[in-house]
Ligand binder design. Structure first.
Ligand code: NAP
Ligand code: ZN
Length: 353
C-alpha cells in the first residue's frame, strides 16, 4: 500500500530548474514520523545536487535537507514525539545501525548513510527532500525543535548550523581565547561566526570582497575582517589563527589561508569544491598544521545545536521566501546575493499548480 500523495518541487535535469512534481510517500512504518513541512532552508548543496555537480543525481529530484515540520501521524512504536510537535530533519534519514560510526553515534559517517534526498531508501525507493508538502522519516533521524525557537529560525541549523557546530565544538574551551577564522560568509559561514562568538572565540571573517565588512563586524559581531585578495591585510594576519572553517564552495588556492594559521592550526574544510584543491606540503610541515574535513554533525549534535542556539538566544539572518521564488533564490545564492540563508515558507506556499 502507498502512503499519502504529496506535492514537491523537483529538478528534472541538469539545468536544476525546479517545477511542481507529485509523488507518494511510503506507507507509515512502526517507527516512522509523518509531518507536514513548514519551512525548509536552502543550502548550496541543494544547488550542487540539482545540477548534478557532486554525486550522480537521479531526476526528478526534490531537494531540501533543512526541514522543519509539524507531526501529523506517528507509527505505532514512536514514543518520543506526539502529533502536533514541531520537529526537524537534516541531511540524513537512514544509516546501517551496525558499523563503528553508527555504534559511536556519528552515523553521518556511516558508509551506508541514506541522504534525505537523492538517496535510495531501504525499500528501494528514491528519497525526496523538504521542498515538499509532507515527508515521512524514521524517528531516529528526527529531532525536536525547542519551544523557544521559531521554526523558520531552526531550519538553517539542521544542516548549515550543525556543519559549523560539530567541528567547532573541539575548540569550545575556557582556558584561553581561541582565535577563529571563518572563510566565506554565506549560509554556513554566518552561522559559524555566531556559534564561534557564542563559544567565546575571537572571530576573523575572511571574505572574497569588502561587501560584507560592515555586516560581519556590526551585525554578526565578528572581531576582524580580511579580504582574501588584499595581500597587505592577509600579510598582517599571518600565523594568527587557531583554526579556519573553510566554507568556500569553489576551487580556491589554500596557501594564503594556511599561512594565516598559527603552529598546530587547523584548516577545516566543509565547503565542497567541485575540483581538487592544491597545497604545498611544506605549508603544513613547517607549522605542524592540519587540513581536515567535516561532514554535517550527528543526530545528537543536531539536537545539541538547537538547544545551544535557544539557550544562547542567537538569531540567524534569513530571508523567508515562497516556493515560487525558489528558482530565483538559487540564482541569487549563486551570485552571492543572499544575507545569509534563504528559508522556504513551504506551508505558506501554494503547492498546487
Ligand atoms: P553559500 O551560502 O553560497 O556561501 C558560500 C560563501 O563562500 C559565499 O557567501 C562567499 O562568501 C564564498 N564564496 C563563494 N564563491 C566563492 C569563490 N569562488 N571563491 C571564494 N569564496 C567564495 O553556501 P553555503 O550554503 O554556506 O555552503 C557552503 C559550502 O558548504 C557548499 O559547498 C556546500 O555544499 C557545503 N556544505 C557542506 C556541508 C558539510 O557537511 N561539509 C554542509 C553544508 C554545506 P564571501 O562573500 O564572504 O566570500
Ligand atoms: Zn553504519
Amino acid at each position: 500500500m502507498e502512503g499519502r500523495k504529496v506535492i514537491g518541487w523537483a529538478a528534472r535535469d541538469q539545468s536544476g530548474h525546479l517545477s511542481p512534481y507529485s509523488f507518494t510517500l511510503r506507507e507509515t512504518g512502526p517507527e516512522d514520523v509523518v509531518f507536514k513541512v513548514l519551512y525548509c532552508g536552502m543550502d548550496h548543496t541543494d544547488l550542487h545536487q540539482m545540477r548534478n555537480e557532486i554525486h550522480s543525481t537521479n531526476y526528478p529530484l526534490v531537494p531540501g535537507h533543512e526541514v522543519v515540520g509539524e507531526v501529523v501521524e506517528l507509527g505505532s512504536e514512536v514514543k518520543k514525539f506526539r502529533v502536533g510537535d514541531i520537529i526537524g530533519v537534516g541531511c540524513i534519514v537512514g544509516s546501517c545501525g551496525e558499523c563503528f560510526s553508527c555504534k559511536s553515534n556519528i552515523e553521518q559517517y556511516c558508509n551506508n548513510r541514506i541522504f534525505t534526498f537523492n538517496g535510495t531508501y531501504k525499500d528501494g525507493r528514491p528519497t525526496q527532500g523538504g521542498f515538499s508538502s509532507a515527508m515521512v522519516v524514521h524517528q531516529k533521524f528526527v529531532v525536536g525543535i525547542p519551544e523557544k525557537l521559531a521554526p523558520e529560525q531552526a531550519a538553517p541549523l539542521l544542516c548549515a548550523g550543525v556543519t559549523a557546530y560539530s567541528p567547532l565544538k573541539q575548540f569550545n574551551r575556557t582556558d584561553k581565547v581561541v582565535k577563529a577564522g571563518i572563510l566565506g560568509l554565506g549560509g554556513v559561514g554566518h552561522l559559524g561566526v555566531l556559534i564561534a562568538k557564542a563559544m567565546g572565540h575571537h572571530v576573523t571573517v575572511i571574505s572574497s570582497s569588502d561587501k560584507k565588512r560592515v555586516e560581519a563586524l556590526e551585525h554578526l559581531g565578528a572581531d576582524a575582517f580580511l579580504v582574501s585578495s588584499n595581500s597587505a591585510e592577509m600579510e598582517q594576519a599571518v600565523n594568527s589563527l587557531d583554526y579556519i572553517l573553510d566554507t568556500v564552495p569553489a576551487v580556491h588556492p589554500l596557501q594564503s589561508y594556511l599561512s594565516l594559521l598559527n603552529v598546530d592550526g587547523k584548516l577545516i574544510l566543509v565547503g565542497e569544491a567541485p575540483n581538487p584543491l592544491h597545497f604545498d606540503s611544506v605549508d603544513l610541515i613547517l607549522g605542524k598544521k592540519t587540513i581536515s574535513g567535516s561532514f554535517i554533525g550527528s543526530i545528537e549534535e543536531t539536537q545539541e545545536i538547537l538547544e545551544f542556539w535557544a539557550e544562547k538566544g542567537l538569531t540567524s539572518m534569513i530571508e523567508v521566501v515562497k516556493m515560487d521564488y525558489a528558482n530565483k533564490a538559487f540564482e541569487r545564492m549563486e551570485r552571492n546575493d543572499v544575507r545569509y540563508r534563504f528559508v522556504l515558507d513551504v506551508a505558506g506556499s501554494n503547492m498546487e499548480y
